[in-house]
Design a binder for this molecule. Structure first.
Ligand code: HEC
Length: 471
C-alpha cells in the first residue's frame, strides 16, 4: 500500500485524535468530477486504506459510526448529497474549527483523517466510503409486514414421513424458521447432499408450507455436511452454495459472497418491529473437545454427550466476521429480536453440542447483548433431540430465554440430559415451536410453545416485552 500515515499506528489513540494539536501536512489535491460508478477493485483497495488508517477510530470498522463520528452507511448525510464528489470533498477538507454539524466542537476530523494520501489513494477511499450506504441499502431487509405468528423447528428425517407440516400449516405461520438439520444428510458428497434435499422438497406438506409461509433457514451439522463439523470441513464453501440453492437465495445476495450463511431480516414498523437473526454456528467453528471413551459411556447413562467445554481463548463458535456483523445487527432498531442458533445457547450442561462447549464465546454473546443495549432478545435453538425451555439469569441485562425444539419427526434416541437452566418438564416427543405475538397490547405479549405433532402443547411460556428490557 502506498499511503503513509503521519503517526505510527499504535499512536492513533482516541485521546490523540480527539482534538490533537499535531500539525498535519495536507497534500494539495484536485477534486475530480464524480462521474461513473467506481470499480470494485478501487473499492476494495479503499477498504484496506480505511481499515488500516485512522477512519475506524471515529467511524467504526465498517463505517457504522460511533460516539466520535457519524454513521457513513446510512442515507443521512450531514454534508453534501452523498455523491462521489461530496464524499471526496468531506474526506479532503475534514471538519475542523466548528465546521461539523452534529459533533461540532466536540470531535473534529482532520483533512484526510490526518493521513497522508496520494490522489489515487483518495480515489479508492472515496469509492469505498461512497459504496457503504449503497451496500446497506441493497442489503436492507426491512419489510412492512407485521409478523405475529412464527413456527420454528429443527431436525427432519427425510427418509421418514413428516406429518408435522400439516399441523404447522393449520396454525398459518407467516414465518417459519428452520433451525438446522432440515435434512439429516451428514455427507461430504455434494451430489448426495442435493439428493437428500430433493427428498425434503418432495414432501407434500413441506412444499405446501413453502407456498404459504415465508421460510428462513440456517444449517446445523448434518445439512452442513459433516457430523458435528465446523471450520475444518473442507467442502464448506460448496455446501454453502448447495444450501443457498435449496433455500432459493437469489444469485446476487450477499449471503452467497460471505463465508457462512448467517443472515438477518426485519419486519414491521417501529413499535411492532421484529428482527430475526439466523446465526451460522458451523462455518467458522473451531475444534470441540471430547471426554475419553470410558467417560463417554458413563455419561450415556445420564443422557449426556461426549463434549467438554473448550475454554481456550481462541476457541471460536462464530468467525470474527460474523461477530462484527452481529454487532451491527444488534444495533439496528427493533422491538423483539429472535436469535436463532442451530445448537442450544442457554442449556447447561448436557455434553451435547451447545454454546456451553465454548464458554468464552457464550459469554461474548451475553456481553454483546449487554454492550449494544439490544432489547427484546429471545433465543431459539435446535439440535438437541428433546423440547426444552431454559432461562439464564444473573450476569445478563435481562433474563435470556432459550426455546429448544427437536426433532420434527423422530423421537429422541438418547436420554434427556441435565440442564441447570431448565424451566418446566422437557420431553423427547417429536415437536415444533410456535410463537404468537400480540402487538396490540400496550405491553406486547409473546406466547411461545413447543407443540406435539398432534398439536398438543408440551411446554409453554408467556413473556412480556417489558420483561426483555435492559435494567
Ligand atoms: C477524529 C475523528 C475522525 C476521524 C479519524 C475521521 N473522521 Fe470523518 N468525521 C468525523 C466527524 C466529527 C465528522 C463530522 C460530523 C459532523 O458534521 O458533526 C466526520 C465526517 C465525515 C464524513 C461526512 C459524513 C456526512 O454525513 O456528511 C465523511 C465522508 C468522513 N467523515 C469520512 C472519513 C474518512 C474516510 C476517514 C478516514 C480517512 C475519517 N472520516 C476519519 C470524525 C472523524
Amino acid at each position: 500500500m502506498r499511503y503513509i500515515p503521519r503517526m505510527p499506528r499504535n499512536r492513533y489513540s482516541a485521546r490523540v485524535l480527539r482534538l490533537c494539536g499535531v500539525p498535519i501536512v495536507l497534500a494539495a489535491l484536485a477534486a475530480p468530477a464524480g462521474g461513473a460508478a467506481p470499480d470494485p477493485a478501487a473499492m476494495e483497495r479503499g477498504a484496506a486504506i480505511y481499515r488500516g488508517g485512522t477512519c475506524p477510530v471515529c467511524h467504526h470498522w465498517e463505517g457504522q459510526g460511533n460516539r466520535r463520528g457519524p454513521d457513513l452507511t446510512d442515507d443521512e448525510w450531514l454534508h453534501g448529497d452523498g455523491s462521489l464528489a461530496a464524499v471526496r470533498t468531506a474526506i479532503e477538507t475534514g471538519f475542523r474549527h466548528g465546521a461539523g454539524r452534529r459533533f461540532r466542537g466536540k470531535y473534529e476530523m482532520w483533512p484526510l483523517g490526518g493521513m497522508e494520501l496520494d490522489e489515487s489513494d483518495v480515489d479508492a477511499l472515496t469509492a469505498y466510503v461512497w459504496s457503504l450506504h449503497r451496500r446497506r441499502r441493497a442489503a436492507d431487509t426491512l419489510t412492512r409486514e407485521v409478523v405475529s405468528r412464527i413456527a420454528f423447528g429443527s431436525g427432519a428425517d427425510q427418509d421418514r414421513s413428516q406429518p408435522v407440516w400439516d399441523t404447522v400449516l393449520a396454525l398459518r405461520p407467516q414465518l417459519t424458521l428452520m433451525l438446522g438439520n432440515s435434512v439429516l444428510a451428514g455427507t461430504v458428497d455434494m451430489r448426495e447432499l442435493r439428493l437428500q434435499y430433493d427428498k425434503l422438497a418432495a414432501k407434500p406438506g413441506f412444499s405446501e408450507l413453502r407456498r404459504q409461509s415465508r421460510l428462513m433457514a440456517t444449517w446445523n451439522d448434518l445439512d452442513f455436511g459433516r457430523e458435528d463439523g465446523g471450520a475444518d470441513f473442507d467442502k464448506r464453501a460448496e455446501s454453502q452454495q448447495v444450501f443457498l440453492d435449496f433455500w432459493n437465495e437469489p444469485p446476487g445476495s450477499p449471503r452467497r459472497q460471505q463465508q457462512g450463511i448467517y443472515t438477518s431480516q426485519r419486519f414491521g414498523p417501529p413499535g411492532r418491529r421484529l428482527q430475526v437473526i439466523l446465526l451460522d454456528t458451523r462455518y467458522g467453528r473451531g475444534p470441540i473437545w471430547q471426554v475419553s471413551p470410558d467417560e463417554a459411556r458413563r455419561r450415556q447413562l445420564l443422557g449426556m454427550g461426549p463434549y467438554l467445554p473448550n475454554d481456550h481463548e481462541r476457541a471460536r463458535m462464530l468467525s470474527e466476521e460474523q461477530w462484527r456483523w452481529l454487532d451491527q445487527q444488534l444495533r439496528q432498531p427493533a422491538d423483539l429480536r429472535l436469535i436463532a442458533t442451530s445448537i442450544p445457547f442457554v442449556m447447561e450442561f448436557t455434553g451435547w453440542e451447545s454454546w456451553a462447549n465454548m464458554p468464552n464465546e457464550r459469554q461474548r454473546l451475553i456481553e454483546l447483548i449487554r454492550d449494544t443495549g439490544a432489547a427484546g432478545v429471545l433465543l431459539l435453538s435446535g439440535d438437541t433431540p428433546w423440547a426444552d425451555v431454559s432461562r439464564l439469569e444473573g450476569e445478563v441485562p435481562y433474563p435470556l430465554w432459550d426455546f429448544n425444539s427437536g426433532s420434527l419427526n423422530r423421537r429422541g434416541m438418547v436420554g434427556i440430559g441435565p440442564n441447570r437452566h431448565r424451566v418446566g418438564t422437557p420431553t423427547a416427543e417429536p415437536n415444533f415451536g410456535y410463537m404468537e405475538i400480540d402487538w396490540t397490547a400496550a405491553d406486547p405479549t409473546i406466547r411461545i410453545e413447543l407443540r406435539s405433532i398432534a398439536n398438543r402443547s408440551l411446554l409453554r411460556q408467556i413473556v412480556r416485552l417489558s420483561e426483555l428490557q435492559p435494567k
